[in-house]
Design a binder for this molecule. Structure first.
Ligand code: HMG
Ligand code: MG
Length: 298
């Protein structure tokens, strides 16, 4: 049987907006996060403490964190690629940090300018520092299904990097289909590898919808018991270092499917679609998600 409750992490403010060419006002980002919180989202990625030369859109990271009205029931996460990012992130009091590497060597080089092994070495002191501060550490494992440079990625590769991340004390693993090429059985194989090293409650799926497979992959994940997913309001996003990658599965599409399955998320679909409409208007284009389009046309 499928899980009865699913935890959604909205990554729209981070994964969704990082790819936008035009700088989005800090106030708009903050308003989006407030609307997500009001819609019942209880985990979200607010921003990333990466190099502003690499991702200019996230250059207002500290300002976003400073302006957020934090709620005790909402876990706010930020991405941290290295010690310098950690130094900047910690004073903003994130509930969680997200370190990120890849199951593909070529993608690690393009995205974080180092090898997978170097990334693990780089994360080890960051994880220790987070632990000392009582901050949970998630890791995002990019290109867990396929890579724009290396093609298909074997599930064993996911297992190998998952083991290294666990060994340095990472709490949670996000199996990430950066370019959306995963299909249900292959996603299950990747998750099964992750589950060799992380407990069921600490493995999540992060699926981009580039090939229209993301909802099917969420369902396939539920079949193996995984009940935590990243999703992006309005289906925003892409990765600046993965050419052609589109947004994550839209949060409202996932909520609609889960509602139909009788699986609880705590998220109010109408309020979520309003948040999608808000950010779409700010970006000057309609939301890409099917559910937002359907409900907004009513
Ligand atoms: P590098 O150039 O090798 O770094 O980049 P460096 O240590 O040599 O430093 C170069 C310069 O950057 C120096 O400044 C540093 O101070 C500065 P300069 O002396 O030239 O003035 N710097 C920083 N500034 C601010 N914050 C920092 C920081 N670190 C160095 N943290 C680095 C290495 C990791 C920094 C770079 O490659 C980077 O920022 N990469 C991030 C790329 C990114 O954000 N990608 C998108 C997020 S990942 C994603 O979307 C995938 C995910 O959604 C899952 C999935 O779908 O797969 C999570
Ligand atoms: Mg992503």
């Amino acid at each position: 049987s499928l899980p009865t409750h699913v935890t959604l992490c909205d990554v729209g403010p981070r994964d969704g907006l990082q790819n936008e060419k035009q700088l989005v006002d800090t106030a708009v980002k903050v308003e989006l996060i407030h609307r997500l919180q009001a819609a019942g989202i209880r985990r979200l990625e607010a921003t990333s403490f990466v190099s502003p030369k690499w991702v200019p859109q996230m250059g207002d990271n500290a300002a976003v964190m400073a302006a957020l009205q934090r709620r005790p029931e909402v876990a706010v996460a930020v991405l941290v690629p290295n010690a310098k990012g950690m130094e900047a992130a910690l004073p903003t009091r994130p509930d969680e940090i997200v370190v990120f590497t890849a199951a593909s060597e070529a993608f690690a080089q393009k995205n974080i300018n180092c090898s997978i092994a170097e990334s693990i070495e780089r994360f080890a002191p960051v994880v220790a520092q987070a632990k000392a501060a009582g901050t949970k550490v998630r890791a995002a494992l990019s290109c867990a299904l396929g890579c724009p440079y290396e093609g298909d990625i074997a599930p064993e590769k996911v297992g190998a990097v998952a083991a290294q991340l666990r060994a340095i004390g990472v709490d949670h693993l996000g199996v990430s289909d950066t370019i959306g090429v995963g299909t249900p059985r292959r996603v299950q194989a990747a998750l099964e590898q992750a589950l060799k090293h992380f407990p069921l409650g600490e493995v999540s799926g992060h699926y981009h919808d580039t090939y229209g497979q993301a909802l099917a992959n969420v369902y396939a994940s539920l079949e193996v018991g995984v009940a935590t997913f990243d999703a992006s309001v309005g289906g925003l996003g892409g990765c600046p270092y993965a050419k052609g990658a589109t947004g994550n599965v839209a949060t409202e599409d996932v909520v609609f499917m889960l509602n139909g399955l009788g699986i609880e998320t705590g998220v109010d679909l109408d309020a979520l679609v309003d948040a999608a409409a808000f950010i779409s208007e700010a970006l000057g284009r309609p939301p890409v998600s099917r559910v937002a389009r359907a409900l907004l046309a009513k």
